[in-house]
Ligand binder design. Structure first.
Ligand code: UDP
Length: 382
C-alpha cells in the first residue's frame, strides 16, 4: 500500500493525517521547517521559561462542539478569554468596540439602547450595501471610531487603502452594546495548557503516521504517494506560473525583561506613527503559569517577499483573478488536494481548519472507497 503524503504539519495536515491513519492508511507528513505545528508553534523561551506564540497570537475559539470535543483528546485546555486593548491617539480602550469602549471614548454613561441609538447618529446613512472595509466601518461605527481604531491599523496591517479591502475583513470583529469585552463570540475559548505544539504532537502520535521535518516538498514525491494533501501556498505549488497571490507577512522584534511590561497579552497600536501593529506579552497567554521574567514581541506587518513566510491572504480583486486561474488548474488534478489557510488561500481560524480537515477526510475516504473521483478542495470551495 502506498503512503498518503501530507505536506505541512500544522493543524490542517495533522488532523487529516490522524483521521486517515485511523482509517487504515499509512501516512507520511513532511514539513520544510524544523518543527511541527506550523504557525501555531509554541516553543518555550530558554531565557525566561515563557511559552512563546512564535508566529503570532493563537487563541483557540469555536462554537463547534464536535471540533471542541475532538481536540479534548489531544491535550488539556484551560479557559482563556482574549481581552484585547487598543492603544489609540486618545488613550487605551477595550477592543472589540463594546459598551465600555463607547462610553469611555465619548465620555458618556450610556445604557445599551442609548449607545445603539447614539452610534446610529454617527453612522454614515448614505451607504446602503458596503462595498469595502471602509464603507463597512463608516456605516456601522461612523468616522471617529473608524479613524481611531481601524483606519490606520488596517493600513499598517494590510499595506493598502482600506477601500481596497473587502468588508468581510471588518466583519470578523463584533460591535457590542454590552460590557462583554471578549475578542470572540464563541462558546468555547481556550488555550492548550502545554501549548499548541504538544497538541499537534499528540494528534500526530499514531503508529501509522511518520513525520519528516526539514523536508521540503518536491513534485517528484508524487510518484511514491497514493495521494498528496498540500497545505503549502497554492501559488507556490504551481511555481507561481499564474502570478503571485498577495499575502501579508508578519515579523517580530522581541525582548526579555524583568516583571511585567504591559499587564496583558495583546495591545494593538492603532496609530500610523507607531510602526508596529501590536505588542504581545507572551506569559499573559498562559495565566496559570508564574514567571518572574517576561518576553515581549512587537509585531510588524509587510508584503511577503522572496523567502518570507506567507501569513494573511490579502484577497484583493487582482488576487481573486489570479486565484481563479490556479483553481482552474487545480480542478484538473488527479491525486492532489489542497487544504488549510495557504492551500486554499482563505483567511481561516484554527477551528475552521480543524473542522474542514475532519470533514474533508471523510469525503476523501468515501470517494476512495467508492472509486469516485477524489475531491481537490474542501467542500466550501468545491
Ligand atoms: N483591525 C483594526 N484594528 C484593530 C484590530 C483589527 O483595524 O485594532 C482590523 C484589521 O484590518 C484586521 C481586521 O480588523 O485585519 C480583523 O481583525 P482580527 O483581529 O480578526 O485580525 P487577526 O487576529 O487575524 O490579525
Amino acid at each position: 500500500m502506498k503512503h498518503v503524503l501530507i505536506v505541512g504539519a500544522g493543524f490542517a495536515g495533522a488532523v487529516l493525517a490522524r483521521e486517515l491513519a485511523e482509517a487504515g492508511w499509512p501516512i507520511r507528513v513532511i514539513d520544510a521547517r524544523d518543527h511541527i505545528g506550523g504557525n501555531c508553534h509554541t516553543p518555550r523561551d530558554p531565557d525566561t521559561g515563557v511559552m512563546v506564540h512564535a508566529f503570532g497570537p493563537h487563541i483557540f475559539h469555536t462554537s463547534n462542539t464536535s471540533v471542541w470535543d475532538y481536540l479534548q483528546r489531544f491535550g488539556t485546555w484551560s479557559p482563556f478569554v482574549n481581552r484585547v486593548k487598543a492603544s489609540t491617539g486618545r488613550g487605551i480602550f477595550s477592543l472589540p468596540i463594546n459598551l465600555h469602549t463607547i462610553n469611555q471614548f465619548f465620555g458618556k454613561t450610556l445604557s445599551p439602547d442609548e449607545a445603539r441609538d447614539f452610534l446610529a447618529t454617527l453612522a454614515a446613512t448614505d451607504i446602503q450595501e458596503p462595498a469595502n472595509f471602509e464603507e463597512q466601518a463608516l456605516k456601522f461605527l461612523g468616522c471617529e471610531l473608524y479613524e481611531a481604531f481601524f483606519r490606520d491599523y488596517s493600513i499598517k496591517q494590510w499595506g493598502c487603502d482600506p477601500k481596497e479591502l473587502p468588508p468581510e475583513v471588518l466583519k470578523r470583529l463584533p460591535v457590542r452594546f454590552t460590557y462583554n469585552d471578549s475578542y470572540y463570540d464563541c462558546r468555547y475559548q481556550a488555550m492548550p495548557v502545554e501549548g499548541y505544539t504538544e497538541v499537534i504532537q499528540n494528534i500526530l502520535a499514531h503508529p501509522s503516521v511518520e513525520v519528516r521535518l526539514n523536508t521540503a516538498w518536491d513534485p517528484e514525491m508524487r510518484q511514491e504517494a497514493e495521494h498528496v494533501f498540500f497545505s503549502g501556498a497554492l501559488d507556490q505549488f504551481y511555481g507561481l506560473c499564474e502570478g503571485r497571490l498577495g499575502y501579508r507577512t508578519v515579523f517580530w522584534e522581541s525582548e526579555n525583561h524583568e516583571g511585567d511590561v504591559q499587564g496583558t497579552a495583546v495591545i494593538n497600536h492603532t496609530r500610523l506613527d507607531v510602526p508596529w501593529t501590536r505588542v504581545l506579552e507572551h506569559k499573559h497567554f498562559a495565566p496559570w503559569e508564574t514567571h518572574t521574567r517576561t518576553r515581549v514581541s512587537r509585531e510588524y506587518s509587510k508584503e511577503t517577499g522572496e523567502g518570507d513566510i506567507p501569513y494573511y491572504p490579502k484577497r484583493l480583486e487582482a488576487d481573486q483573478t489570479i486565484l481563479r486561474r490556479y483553481m482552474e488548474r487545480a480542478g484538473h488534478e488527479r491525486g492532489v488536494s489542497f487544504i488549510g489557510r495557504l492551500g486554499t488561500y482563505r483567511y481561516l481560524d484554527m477551528h475552521q481548519v480543524v473542522a474542514e480537515s475532519l470533514a474533508f477526510s471523510k469525503t476523501w475516504l468515501h470517494a476512495k472507497a467508492e472509486g469516485r473521483s477524489l475531491p481537490v478542495f474542501p467542500a466550501a470551495l468545491s
